[in-house]
Design a protein around this ligand. Structure first.
Ligand SMILES: Nc1ncnc2c1ncn2[C@@H]1O[C@H](COP(=O)(O)OP(=O)(O)OP(=O)(O)O)[C@@H](O)[C@H]1O
Ligand SMILES: [Mg+2]
Length: 499
């Protein structure tokens, strides 16, 4: 057995007197992919921020190759071979791959000018070694997001990184990009690098990781070999109790014959959506399946007035609505929960409460004043219902964990009781426990007669939710299938692929 190259022992950290990490032990070996899992707010990102010098621990030590090291900032982490792989944010899109990799450390010509040729040569060698199929002279902005991450990784490795940290790297990747990334990770592993991999996607963890550490409420619960544990065991460790609740579709009666609650006729919009028609009955949940790029997200964006509508009609409860922008859509009773919620759905500096109340200001107005008490009551209720982990409703949203920020956006729109709810990947980044809660809340909303349209690439989730599944292909609406006629995930997959 290889000795660990990294050990974190007894890490304790609190913010404003509230402990977030409680004596956590964590170790990583050379050449392993080590999964770090746990519910939203369990402390995963904070532990990694201590490892990279963003925060300093109140207690505990970090050892590399058996020597205690002090990591006071990101520079310290990097010089110790620890690198965080950020998603796209840290690259400069208008520069080439080579320029990004060697940014601030470029080779210079004898005149002190940047020597692009020399940098490109070095980058080409590095990329070839890593088996990454991109050209050093390519502009980063011309590459798919998946390759941005590989450029990031190449950059880290060029700085002698030995331990790579990836915090939910696949949440913005397509299925194909994810596959490319996994192949790449396996190559890195074979070369002896260690990878710490944070994700809420169970199937990914079981495919690519060697060991798994699970955290709950700031404590380490377990570390095991993937080959010696099971999904059930992992879920139990994450949630804390054996989860009896199944992710299953339940047939609910709804008015199938009456007037539709929502209808789209021959909608052509943006540069993707072509002549799409669909109807949703009151109380019905309709799922949209399709390959990446089939136009699902674009359809929701068009209905919500973000992408320009060229032709077609939209009806809410039989009333035709002219939608030119999101305000028109909101006024018509339509809400969109976007895919990239942290960016699109939140004012990060604002408090949890203010973010939740934003779309329902009218409801908490008392004469010219806002009813503070009512605002507090409403937001506390939502925090409780969605199990949002925050010590106070006045905490700034950017201080919450990633998954809990997602929940705020959900809460915000649920509080508004929209007639028509459009959901794009509703449980991305959300932990297992909250997933089932969110599914329940969506069902409850449907039961109160709302129309619900869900896009999800997790087929299991789509099947758990939908009363009917529509398949989109290249911007057009294809087959419509009743849920009871879909026998299995494979059946749906087949319908999507074999369209
Ligand atoms: N700077 C901060 N100030 C106050 N509280 C913080 C700060 N950073 C993190 N926290 C709190 O620490 C807890 C752990 O957060 P962390 O981001 O580590 O969770 P996580 O396990 O990464 O969750 P997720 O899966 O949702 O990303 C949360 O309750 C969060 O609100
Ligand atoms: Mg996190």
């Amino acid at each position: 057995m290889k000795p660990p190259i990294l050990e974190m022992n007894g890490i304790f950290k609190s913010f404003n007197g509230i402990p977030v990490l409680k004596d956590v032990d964590f170790s990583v070996k050379q050449g392993e992919i080590h999964a770090l899992m746990g519910g939203n707010g369990a402390g995963k990102s904070t532990l990694m921020k201590i490892l990279t010098g963003v925060y300093s621990a109140d207690r505990g030590e970090v050892k590399l190759d058996d020597n205690v090291v002090a990591i006071r900032n990101y520079e310290d982490a990097r010089s110790n071979g620890i690198s965080m792989i950020f998603q796209e944010f840290s690259l400069i899109p208008t520069l080439t791959v080579a320029q990004n990799i060697y940014l601030t450390r470029e080779s210079k010509t004898s005149l002190g000018l940047l020597d692009d040729k020399a940098n490109e040569k070095k980058a080409a060698k590095l990329l070839a070694e890593l088996g990454v199929d991109i050209q050093p002279s390519d502009l980063v902005q011309d590459l798919g997001v998946g390759y941005w991450q590989m450029t990031e990784i190449a950059k880290a490795l060029s700085q002698e990184a030995k331990i790579l940290i990836m915090d939910e790297p696949t949440s913005s990747l397509t299925k194909t990009e994810t596959e490319v990334l996994f192949t790449f990770m396996n190559k890195l592993k074979a070369k002896g690098y260690a990878i710490i991999y944070i994700s809420h996607r169970m199937d990914e963890i079981f495919r690519v990781c060697d060991r798994i550490t699970i955290m709950r409420d700031g404590r380490k619960i377990s570390t095991s070999q993937i080959s010696e544990t099971s999904m059930d065991q992992v879920i139990t460790d994450i949630v804390g109790v054996a989860s009896g609740k199944a992710f299953e579709w339940v047939e609910r009666p709804y008015d199938e014959a009456g007037e539709p609650a929502f209808e789209v006729r021959e909608l052509t919009a943006g540069d993707k959506v072509r002549q799409v028609s669909l109807r949703i009955q009151p109380g019905e949940i309709v799922g949209i399946a399709g390959l990446m790029g089939s136009g699902r997200t674009e359809l929701l964006r068009a209905i919500f007035g973000i992408d320009r509508i060229h032709s077609g009609e939209i009806y809410v409860r039989g009333r035709r609505c002219a939608i030119r922008n999101p305000s028109d859509a909101i006024a018509a009773g339509i809400a969109l929960i976007p895919e990239d919620r942290r960016v699109q759905g939140l004012v990060l500096q604002h408090s949890v409460r203010d973010n939740m109340i934003l779309p329902i200001l009218a409801k908490v107005r008392r004469g010219p004043l806002l009813d503070g008490k009512k605002m507090n009551e409403l937001s506390r209720e939502l925090v409780k219902r969605l199990n949002i982990k925050t010590d106070s409703i006045s905490k700034a949203s950017n201080l919450l964990s990633g998954g809990n920020q997602q929940k705020i956006v959900l809460a915000k729109w649920l509080a508004n009781h929209p007639e028509v709810l459009l959901l794009d990947e509703p449980t991305i980044g959300v932990d297992i426990g909250a997933k089932t809660e969110i599914v329940d809340i969506i069902r409850e909303l449907a039961e109160s007669g709302k129309a619900i349209l869900v896009v999800s690439s997790e087929l299991q989730e789509l099947l758990a939710l939908s009363d009917r599944v529509l398949i989109m292909h290249e911007g057009r609406m294809g087959k419509s299938m009743k849920r009871q006629d879909i026998e299995s995930e494979e059946g749906l997959q087949y319908a999507i692929q074999g369209y």
